[in-house]
Design a protein around this ligand. Structure first.
Ligand code: UDP
Length: 241
């Protein structure tokens, strides 16, 4: 199969249908703009499972995603989209770069969800964007930015509730959007412990509660079991619906 693009965690292939791509989830893990590299055993399958479950659930709540179907443990078919080169981060609690770049302490509950835009460009280290910069770079129209912001807030509202029912706190997460052949904006990429900060509500210890890629970034150990725990809770929640 013809490879279209190989990213840090996934490979995108063409299919016989020009409107359908195939996504393969890898076990490879990277952090700090790929300066740190490793493998998380079973991650590809877990992230494929979690993304499929969450995207199906979001679709049931009226969010249009690129997901078509899961075709193997590590593979999904998706609608072919042109990715808008913006990483949309939604934050409920201060962590990561927000704490490094501001005076906020990790764990500070934000008065309202914060939507941040970053340019999807590894060579530049994914710099923070402003809406004015987006306009000048001509990477999305004002209307598309408004739509993306509303969609990101809706996904946050839905996912916060979903994860809370799994006893998981959704700290922050990254979304990517794409345009299909009709120009419709679809939620693309993935939602998984690679792209979210997830804290176990049952644990108060700031290190033990981490159930996401921060375990890998910060060498905390127990990466596979944390990802497995998220998968278990997400699946038991969708099964009970
Ligand atoms: N994130 C991501 N991909 C990126 C950058 C960030 O999935 O290239 C996610 C990250 O896992 C976290 C959220 O977006 O859930 C916010 O990340 P932040 O800006 O705090 O950056 P970091 O601390 O990861 O450098």
């Amino acid at each position: 199969m013809q490879k279209i693009y190989e990213g840090k965690a996934k490979i995108l292939y063409q299919s016989e249908d020009p409107n359908v791509f195939l996504t393969y989830f890898k076990d490879d893990a990277t952090a700090f703009n790929a300066q740190k590299k490793g493998q998380i055993e079973g991650k590809g399958e877990i992230n494929c499972t979690i993304t499929t479950a969450l995207y199906r659930w979001l679709e049931s709540k009226g969010v249009s995603t690129h997901l078509i179907e899961r075709i193997s443990p590590n593979q999904i078919t998706v609608q072919a989209v042109e990715i808008i080169p913006i990483e949309v981060v939604v934050r409920n609690i201060a962590a990561g770069s927000l704490c490094r770049q501001t005076e906020l302490d990790e764990g500070t509950v934000l008065p309202e969800p914060l939507v941040d835009f970053y340019l999807k460009n590894d060579a530049l280290g994914d710099p923070l964007l402003t809406t004015e910069r987006i306009r000048i770079l001509n990477i999305a129209s004002q209307e598309q930015i408004t739509q993306i912001t509303e969609l990101a807030k809706k996904v946050n509202y839905l996912l916060q509730e979903f994860f809370l029912s799994c006893e998981i706190i959704l700290v922050d997460f990254k979304l990517e959007f794409g345009l299909n052949h009709q120009g419709k904006i679809l939620l693309a990429d993935e939602i998984s412990p690679d792209t979210c900060r997830l804290w176990d509500k049952k644990q108060s210890d700031p290190m033990s509660r981490i159930l996401d890629k921060d375990r890998f970034r910060r060498d905390l150990g127990g990466v596979e079991s944390a990802y497995g725990e998220v998968q278990k809770r997400v699946l038991s929640r969708v099964d009970s619906l």
